[in-house]
Write a protein that binds this ligand. Structure first.
Ligand code: AMP
Ligand code: ZN
Length: 465
């Protein structure tokens, strides 16, 4: 399996630190509002990476943090006359609602900055002791010059960065590129006690601290959206490697943007749709299909047409699944016949083809195309003369390869509960129309299936005999 590593700018064979295990850290949301469908692209992509690693048999430790100490939360809390804690807790709840609705699997752990302040203080103290960070007037800065490899992820050196940066007027810093790991308390801000006075952690330090605390000094995969390469991930590397003296992450993965009119969808540009708004109009599997319709390093443009075409594609796939499920009920032959072994081989070949596309740096776009090819072939090859065993094998394979993408997991068959409720409804209507023959027939048919109806004052109830 190959992964494009931002650090080396090439696809590399994936070799985990411990065989069969993957330690993965993804930078999570700043919880001051609902997340938009651009954020959702990054979350769904790394959920898919995690699911595919699990599909391949790896045990994945998947950490995604919640940034709940940040200017945006502080401003919101002050505007609303509430606390940072309340704002954070509210939007973490909202995050779970939308993420669950999008079938994003729950992380192994979602650490929050507010829960890690003591650990962050210890981390910063170590950096100061080792000479990588210094305190000025209650602020603590990381000294970028002291970390020789600063800039290696984004492929820039310190001189390039300095000449590209706006002149920083803060003369208390040793170097203009130095960044804050601890910020002195300002009026109206929440603060925590530290050896440098009351204050709060900077943003970058939380990920370095949580990653090492929860997964160890060196992890397999560190990931996030493209905008995090610089400065966030560059700074994480500097802090982590300066402290531990070890490589921070073996593979760096970055997801391209979801754009709208060819501009990055973002809160600040106000050109966004919340995930919640989109999920009101489209099924979660349709949204995932749209978000995964491009390989993750390719920008994707958000349009209603693309979402509608994802819906049409999904309808086509489920139409075929529904045909297969109905055929399964109807066909007479139980066991696989001799001629059908080539159909099994054909199905297996599509599964292997799907895996080869996904093994190539998680090419979901090509993976989805393979699913369409498989379905097309099944439509031609499976019919009323097929065996139940073959049809089941086909349906199981579709579900199996849909799972890492988080699609095709539904059955088109109604649950027994829904079906019985529908029949009860029909029976009530028949009685209202004085069609007692039909009403009795529905009751008898249900009885033949072991279900009895009871007419009560509160309505019709049903139970198994
Ligand atoms: P934030 O809450 O702004 O820190 O963002 C959470 C995650 O969403 C980060 O990994 C960002 O890189 C990512 N992200 C933000 N905007 C977009 C976008 N338009 N397309 C894809 N990912 C994004
Ligand atoms: Zn981070």
């Amino acid at each position: 399996m190959k992964i494009f590593n931002t650090m080396t700018r090439q696809k590399e064979e994936f070799v985990p630190i411990n065989p069969g295990e993957v330690k993965m850290y993804v930078c999570g949301p700043t919880v001051y509002d609902f997340f938009h469908i651009g954020n959702a692209r990054t979350f769904v992509i790394f959920d898919t990476v995690r699911r595919y690693l699990e599909y391949k048999g790896y045990k994945v430790s998947f950490i995604q943090n919640f940034t709940d100490i940040d200017d945006k939360l502080i401003n919101k809390a002050n505007e609303e006359g509430t606390t940072l804690k309340e704002v954070g807790e509210r939007y973490i709840k909202e995050y779970y609602k939308d993420a669950d609705a999008l079938h994003i699997e729950r992380a192994t752990c979602n650490p929050r900055a507010t829960e890690f302040v003591d650990e962050i203080i210890k981390f910063i103290s170590e950096l100061i002791e080792k000479g990588y960070a210094y305190e000025v007037d209650g602020d603590v800065y990381f000294n970028t010059k002291s970390f020789k490899e600063y800039g290696k992820l984004s492929g820039q050196n310190l001189e390039d960065l300095q000449s590209g940066a706006r002149i920083d007027v803060d003369e208390r810093k040793k170097d203009p590129m130095d960044f804050a790991v601890w910020k002195n308390k300002k009026p109206g801000e929440p603060a925590w006690k530290s050896p440098w006075g009351e204050g709060r952690p900077g943003w970058h330090i939380e990920c370095s601290c949580m990653s090492s605390k929860l997964l160890g000094d060196t992890i397999d995969i560190h990931a996030g959206g493209m905008d995090l390469v610089f400065p966030h991930h560059e700074n994480e590397i500097a802090q982590s490697e300066a402290r531990s003296g070890k490589k921070f992450a073996n593979y760096w993965m970055h997801a391209a943007y979801l754009n709208i009119n060819n501009k990055k969808m973002s809160k600040s540009l106000k050109n966004f749709f919340t995930t919640r708004e989109i999920l009101e109009k489209y099924d979660a599997e349709v949204v995932r299909m749209f978000l995964l319709s491009a390989q993750y390093r390719t920008p994707l443009n958000f349009t209603e047409e693309l979402l509608n075409s994802a819906k049409l594609s999904m309808d086509r796939l489920y139409n075929s699944i529904s045909n297969l499920e109905n055929l399964y009920d109807e066909v007479k032959i139980e066991k696989l016949t001799d001629e059908e072994s080539k159909s099994i081989k054909m199905i297996d070949e599509y599964k292997e083809k799907f895996e080869s596309r996904m093994d190539d740096d998680f090419n979901t776009a090509d993976g989805i195309s393979v699913i369409f090819e498989l379905i097309k072939d099944l439509n031609i090859n499976i019919n009323a003369n097929s065996s139940k065993e073959l049809i089941k094998y086909a349906l199981d394979t579709i579900r199996k390869i849909g799972k890492p993408l988080g699609i095709l997991q539904k059955t088109t068959k109604k649950s027994i509960e829904d079906e019985v409720e529908d029949l009860i409804q029909k029976r009530q209507e028949a009685r209202k129309n004085k069609d007692f023959k039909l009403a009795d027939k529905i009751r008898d048919d249900l009885s033949a299936r072991g279900i009895i109806l009871e007419d009560t004052k509160a309505g019709v109830r049903w139970k198994y005999k």
